[in-house]
Design a protein around this ligand. Structure first.
Ligand SMILES: [Zn+2]
Length: 147
């Protein structure tokens, strides 16, 4: 009986020792910190990917905007390239791009706030600081005021 109790006490002491070593190991390498580092790495990779996607999208808008400048309306009838506007394939293409004017309006706001923007050189908003996009609600307010 005493031998069984002694073996039990020895096993208990061994188990307690294992628990203590495991706790010390956890204290030296906390699992949560490792997990946080992995997530920060994933987060940075995702942010870098999002930034690349944003930039490539911005450059696509930039080129569409630049194409729009080459084929801008001159007098309501003619395109800057000399063709009748309705028969200029580039003007028809650019006019049909949904969201281009709204994108330009946002870029104008960024440019005027002194922030980075993607408007092409020579865009009327960069030349004339009173220029308003037709996609900007202020354009419609200004046109109602007779200005
Ligand atoms: Zn044209």
């Amino acid at each position: 009986m005493a031998q069984v109790e002694a073996e039990g006490a020895a096993r208990l002491a061994e188990a307690e020792g294992r628990v203590a070593r495991a706790q010390a190991e956890l204290a030296r390498r906390p699992e949560r910190i490792v997990e946080r580092c992995i997530n920060e790495g994933d987060m940075q990779a995702a942010q870098a990917e999002a930034q690349r996607a944003f930039q490539s999208r911005s450059y696509a808008w930039y080129h569409l905007s630049a194409l729009g400048l080459l084929h801008a309306e001159l007098d309501g009838e003619r395109c800057r390239c000399g063709k009748v506007r309705r028969s200029c394939p580039e003007a028809v293409l650019v006019d049909g791009v949904h969201g281009l004017r709204a994108w330009e309006a946002r870029q104008v706001k960024e440019a005027r706030a002194g922030h980075r923007h993607y408007l092409p050189d020579g865009h009327p908003a960069l030349v004339d600081h009173r220029w308003l996009s037709t996609a900007d609600p202020e354009y419609w307010l200004a046109s109602q005021d007779g200005g």
